[in-house]
Design a protein around this ligand. Structure first.
Ligand code: HEC
Ligand code: HEC
Length: 317
């Protein structure tokens, strides 16, 4: 790892960089859960609860637009956000963040960034460089794609054929390249109790400055449910979310932007139900075919070791 990434790793696991000394990046992005979390929404400092499910960070380095609504365009832009978000690390402002980092990591920063030390720029670089080390090892699917016919079980091969064929999942969850997504925004499910509040929330958000809009996302569920709209203010984007990569999806339950779906089988049912296209209905797939889809998704597991170095293929589950 680069020296700045080693520094970033220490910061990533340091709970002292939070208002009450209990929350680190790794509280919500747990190495043993593919750097996601197993709660629908993970509480931050003082038990304050945000609005969205923490995504896996494995492969985040190759994601073009970040967060479920794409409101950040690079890791460097993003990584400082959690530190001052009241529902996450909850530190009051950026000067206080820098003071806290200086108090604990000044010598490391002086070594890695001589003459510059702890600044917003170097802090963002260290954290972003660490997140970039969380690059996925090849999944069974990728070994299959590269020509290893035995990498997938027969059920997984049937699931793959459905995924890219009749069930049309690959239209959005692309199977080429590393990112495994079309990078576009599509309708998510709006919980019935939120639906009546969306129009008023959209009107209110449209009058906010960009900074206030970003802050409202983790603070208010009805704003978070607006999805891509809070970035573009286009009515067509209300309730749209970035197609998530399904890499490691078998180990990152619960699912969807709000963590509202508990298991992988339920997520597949939900997607079949909502993404019906070209006349396909969920009932058109037999229970055995749906089970094959779930089996295929298991083949997308590709962890990194907690050190950030890719797992050897032999240690893959
Ligand atoms: C209290 C929980 C919590 C903490 C602490 C936290 N995060 Fe997150 N993280 C989230 C949630 C929730 C999201 C999704 C938010 C959204 O889309 O609006 C997220 C999203 C991200 C993403 C975008 C991933 C993607 O694919 O879009 C990155 C990168 C990230 N966090 C890095 C960090 C770093 C670095 C830290 C520490 C400085 C951190 N997070 C601390 C909960 C947390
Ligand atoms: C039109 C684009 C589109 C199609 C087609 C599509 N999806 Fe999705 N998928 C999405 C979006 C967008 C989300 C996020 C929705 C949300 O957060 O509310 C998602 C979420 C998911 C999730 C949850 C991932 C997570 O990390 O939370 C799974 C699993 C999933 N899709 C599987 C499938 C399967 C299986 C199919 C085929 C039956 C499919 N999808 C078809 C766009 C699509």
């Amino acid at each position: 790892m680069r020296a700045s990434a080693v520094l970033g790793e220490a910061l990533f696991f340091d709970t002292r960089l939070s208002a009450d000394g209990t929350v680190a990046c790794a509280t919500c992005h747990r190495p043993e859960a593919a750097f996601a979390d197993s709660l629908p929404v993970t509480p931050g400092v003082y038990g304050r609860v945000g609005t969205r499910n923490a995504p896996s960070l494995i492969g985040a380095g190759s994601t073009r637009e970040l967060f479920w609504d794409g409101r950040r365009g690079s890791l460097e832009e993003l990584v400082l956000d959690p530190l001052t978000t009241p529902e996450e690390h909850g530190i009051e402002d950026m000067p206080a963040v820098l003071a806290s980092v200086r108090a604990r990591h000044a010598s490391g920063f002086a070594r890695v960034f001589p003459g510059e030390g702890v600044t917003e720029r170097t802090l963002a670089q260290a954290l972003a460089d660490y997140v970039r080390t969380l690059a996925p090892a090849p999944s069974a699917f990728e070994r299959y794609r590269a020509g290893d016919a035995g990498a997938l079980t027969p059920a997984q091969r049937r699931g793959l054929a459905l995924f890219s064929g009749r069930a049309a999942c690959a239209r959005c969850h692309r199977l080429e390249g590393d990112a495994l997504t079309d990078g576009a925004y599509h309708a998510g499910e709006v919980l019935p109790e939120l639906a009546p509040r969306l129009a008023a929330a959209a009107r209110e958000v449209s009058r906010m400055a960009p900074e206030a809009r970003r802050a409202a996302v983790p603070a208010r569920v009805e704003v978070a449910a607006l999805g891509r709209y809070t970035v573009t203010l286009r009515t067509a984007d209300v309730g749209r979310f970035r197609t998530p990569s399904l890499r490691n999806v078998a180990v990152t339950a619960p699912y969807m932007h709000d963590g509202s779906v508990a298991t992988l089988a339920q997520a597949v049912e939900r997607e079949l139900y909502y993404r019906t296209s070209e006349g396909l209905r969920v009932g058109d797939l037999t229970p055995a075919e749906r089970a094959d889809l779930v089996e295929f998704l298991q083949a997308l597991t590709s962890p990194v070791l907690p050190s950030g170095r890719p797992a050897a293929a032999s240690s893959l589950p």
